[in-house]
Design a protein around this ligand. Structure first.
Ligand code: NAP
Length: 309
C-alpha cells in the first residue's frame, strides 16, 4: 500500500462511515481504518437506538453500524480493520503508519476517531477493571445476574446503562454527584420509574473496595461530607467521554480538553488537507445523527479541497 491515496479516513462509527459513503460516491476511493478493537465505534456497545431518523421502530446500534459499513463498501470504500498508530499530517503529502507496519501516503485525511469512556480516576477502579468494574453494560451486564450493582453518572449514558442492567441485576443504585440529572427528560423518567433502580444523590465514589473483585464502594456525601462504605458486586462507570486525540497532540490544534479545533462551521483543521468530524470535535451534541452529519461535511470539505488541487 505504498501508492498515493486521495483520502484516508481514520476511525469508523457514524462519522467515519458516513464520510466513507460520501467520499466513495465522489470516486475518491477512500481507505478507511476502522480500528482493530473498536471497529464501528461506540454504537457497537449500545442496545437500541430510538432516535436515529428513519427508524421509527428503533434499530440496534451494531445493526446500524453494519448497514453504514455495507453502504460504504458498496460504493467502493476500502475498509481495513486495523489502527493507525502514527501520523505525520504536516506538508502536502500526509504519511500514516498502521498497526501491521504498512506506511500509507495520502493527499487528504479525515479524522473520525471518536471518544473513549471517561474514568473516575481511582487507582482501584483501574486495578479491578474487568473484575467488577466496567464501562459497558451491554458488554458485561450478563455476568451480573441477581447481583447488586452501582452505576455512576447523571447523563443519558448512566440512565441507559442502569435501565439495561435491571434485566440482570437484582438492584441497581444510580450514584450521582449532584441532586439533579443531566440526562434528557425521557431517559431520566424511564430510570426513575424503574422499581429496581434507586438513586443515591450528591455522592461521589472515592474508592473501589475488594481484593480480587469488586466487593463494595467507599462513598462521600458531598453535602454532609460523610464517608460511608456500601456493598456492591459491580461498578459501571458512565460519566461521559474524552476525545481520542492522543495521536494528534503536537500535530494539529486541540482545545484545552483535547478536542480537535475546526474552523467555524467547516471540518477544516489548522493543517491543510486534514479534516475532523464526529465526537472528536464535538463537545456539545455527540449524537449518532450529528456525528453522521459532520462525517458528511468532512467528505464534502475533502472533496472540495482535492478538486482545488
Ligand atoms: P454527559 O451527558 O456528559 O454526562 C456525564 C455525567 O457524568 C454527568 O451527569 C456528570 O455530572 C457526570 N460526571 C462527569 N464526570 C464525573 C466524575 N469525575 N465523577 C462523577 N460523575 C461525573 O455524558 P453521557 O451521559 O455519556 O452522554 C453523552 C452524550 O451522548 C449526550 O449528548 C447524551 O445525550 C448522548 N447519549 C444519548 C443517548 C440516547 O439518547 N439514547 C444515550 C447515551 C448518550 P454533572 O451532571 O454533575 O456534570
Amino acid at each position: 500500500m505504498s501508492d498515493l491515496h486521495e483520502l484516508v479516513i481514520v476511525g469508523s462509527g457514524p462519522a467515519g462511515y458516513t464520510a466513507a459513503i460520501y467520499a466513495a460516491r465522489a470516486e475518491l476511493s477512500p481507505i478507511v481504518y476502522e480500528g482493530s478493537v473498536t471497529a464501528g465505534g461506540a454504537l457497537m456497545n449500545t442496545t437500541e437506538v430510538e432516535n436515529f431518523p428513519g427508524f421509527p421502530e428503533g434499530v440496534m446500534g451494531p445493526e446500524l453500524m453494519d448497514s453504514l459499513r455495507k453502504q460504504a463498501e458498496k460504493f467502493g470504500a476500502k475498509l481495513i480493520t486495523d489502527d493507525i498508530v502514527e501520523m505525520d499530517l504536516s506538508g502536502e503529502i500526509k504519511t500514516l503508519k498502521d498497526g501491521s507496519g504498512n506506511t500509507l501516503k495520502a493527499k487528504s485525511v479525515i479524522l473520525a476517531t471518536g471518544s473513549a469512556y471517561k474514568e473516575i480516576g481511582l487507582e482501584n477502579e483501574k486495578r479491578l477493571s474487568g473484575r467488577g468494574v466496567s464501562w459497558c453494560a451491554t458488554c458485561d451486564g450478563f455476568f451480573f445476574r441477581e447481583k447488586v450493582l452501582a452505576v455512576v453518572g447523571g447523563g443519558d449514558s448512566a440512565m441507559e446503562e442502569a435501565n439495561f442492567l435491571t434485566r440482570f441485576a437484582s438492584k441497581v443504585y444510580l450514584i450521582h454527584r449532584r441532586d439533579s440529572l443531566r440526562a434528557s427528560k425521557i431517559m431520566a423518567e424511564r430510570a426513575q420509574a424503574n422499581p429496581k433502580i434507586e438513586f443515591i444523590w450528591n455522592t461521589e465514589v472515592i474508592d473501589v473496595l475488594g481484593a480480587d473483585k469488586v466487593e463494595g464502594l467507599k462513598l462521600r456525601n458531598l453535602v454532609t461530607n460523610e464517608v460511608s462504605e456500601k456493598a456492591f458486586d459491580g461498578l459501571f462507570v458512565a460519566i461521559g467521554h474524552v476525545p481520542r486525540s492522543e495521536l494528534l497532540t503536537g500535530q494539529i490544534d486541540l482545545d484545552s480538553e483535547g478536542y480537535v479545533k475546526v474552523e467555524g462551521r467547516t471540518t477544516n483543521t489548522n493543517q491543510k488537507g486534514v479534516f475532523a468530524c464526529g465526537d472528536l470535535v464535538d463537545h456539545t451534541y455527540r449524537q449518532a445523527i450529528t456525528a453522521a452529519g459532520s462525517g458528511c461535511a468532512a467528505a464534502l470539505d475533502a472533496e472540495r479541497f482535492l478538486s482545488g488541487h
